[in-house]
Design a protein around this ligand. Structure first.
Ligand SMILES: [Zn+2]
Length: 209
């Protein structure tokens, strides 16, 4: 099955936004809208896509700042884990609870919500068509997200990273920030090169700088 994935760097914190769509139905999801929602919506429109869902990887401001605007412009549903829905404004669109293992569709694309807490309690990775993984701030190229912010927990993050490391190595990774040496990576590459996935146990993980 073919897929439309557009990676767009936005704002001043090297955030990656994504448009992920079905080329047959021209429906797409918009991941973590922030900072430049107008520009990203224009790109979707120019490519012929209609935004029907907003996928949120977690509730930090630099990943949700544009949600209200995108809901107002598109009427899209907002998908987020219940543990992270707190700062979203009530009534700002229909919320879909990204409970662990939730499966849903965008056009013909099957998307699974993987609960990967540790950066925040409700951090969620989205596995699209079983082959493309949106990781938010849980996993970056070469590193993982921080666990020292409110709601973060290094032990829980380590467990989540272990689960991601157990996925098919050919799965491609689309992170929430452009912090690495390349914008798109894979489970296999990170298992080899990312110290946070290479750590044998929590003690080793916890010693990383
Ligand atoms: Zn974050």
């Amino acid at each position: 099955m073919t897929i439309y994935i557009k990676q767009i760097e936005v704002g001043l914190m090297q955030n990656f936004n994504y448009l992920i769509g079905d080329p047959e139905t021209k429906e797409c999801a918009y991941v973590d809208p922030a900072w430049e929602a107008d520009r990203v919506l224009k790109i979707a429109k120019a490519d012929g896509y209609r935004v029907t869902k907003i996928l949120l990887t977690h509730n930090h401001f630099d990943h949700i700042e544009g949600v209200d605007k995108v809901v107002a412009e598109t009427g899209a549903e907002v998908v987020i884990n219940p543990d992270d829905e707190q700062p979203l404004r009530r009534g700002a669109g229909r919320l879909v609870k990204a409970t662990p293992g939730l499966m849903f569709k965008v056009g013909g694309l099957e998307i699974e919500a993987l609960h990967t807490p540790g950066h925040t309690p409700g951090s969620t990775c989205y596995l699209v068509s079983g082959r493309y993984l949106i990781t938010g701030d849980t996993l970056f190229q070469g590193n993982c997200g921080r666990s020292d912010l409110p709601g973060g927990d290094p032990k829980i993050l380590f467990k989540s990273l272990r689960e991601l490391a157990g996925l098919d190595p050919t799965i491609k990774i689309y992170p929430g920030h452009d912090y690495g040496t390349k914008p798109v990576t894979s489970i296999g590459y990170e298992k080899e090169h990312n110290p946070t996935l290479r750590a044998k146990d929590f003690a080793e993980f916890d010693r990383l700088p």
